[in-house]
Design a protein around this ligand. Structure first.
Ligand SMILES: [Zn+2]
Length: 138
């Protein structure tokens, strides 16, 4: 395979993987009991309000874990939980396997997105080199 085709394939593979993981994250979160409960159209308004943020986001276990702020060890302000603390929080009782899976998939997607960025830059480098060649042979 030549260099250009290899770069296109690399980009396409990462793009498809990114899309697949995004779909799977959505599917996992849809199975979180919080979202399942919100699917119930006859849910009383006060309960719906309890399970939703002011911005209309569902308060899934993953949302809760990402929302937690702890006093910073430096004593100034507060910090989010680290990636491993989020995993621990999601594994704690009541553990939500769906939010745990979503978090795992999001970690994978982070790696895939960085690969996607590298693949994009490689494609652009090929494009720029081709343009330079074109200009030189004008
Ligand atoms: Zn959950």
């Amino acid at each position: 395979m030549d260099k250009v085709l290899a770069a296109i394939v690399r980009h396409e593979r990462a793009a498809q993987e990114n899309h697949r993981l995004t779909t799977e994250v959505g599917a996992a979160l849809a199975r979180c009991p919080v979202n399942v409960e919100l699917q119930n159209w006859s849910l009383p308004a006060h309960r719906r309000k309890e399970l939703t943020t002011a911005d209309g986001l569902s308060k899934t276990h993953l949302w809760e874990a990402l929302d937690i702020r702890e006093a910073s060890p430096t004593g100034h302000g507060s910090e989010r939980l680290s990636e491993s603390e989020i995993a621990d929080y999601l594994a704690d009782d009541p553990a939500c396997e769906h939010c745990q899976l979503a978090w795992q998939l999001l970690q994978q997607r982070k790696i895939v997105r960085s690969e996607l960025g590298i693949a994009k830059r490689a494609l652009r480098a090929i494009g720029r080199a081709a343009l330079r060649k074109e200009a030189a042979h004008g």
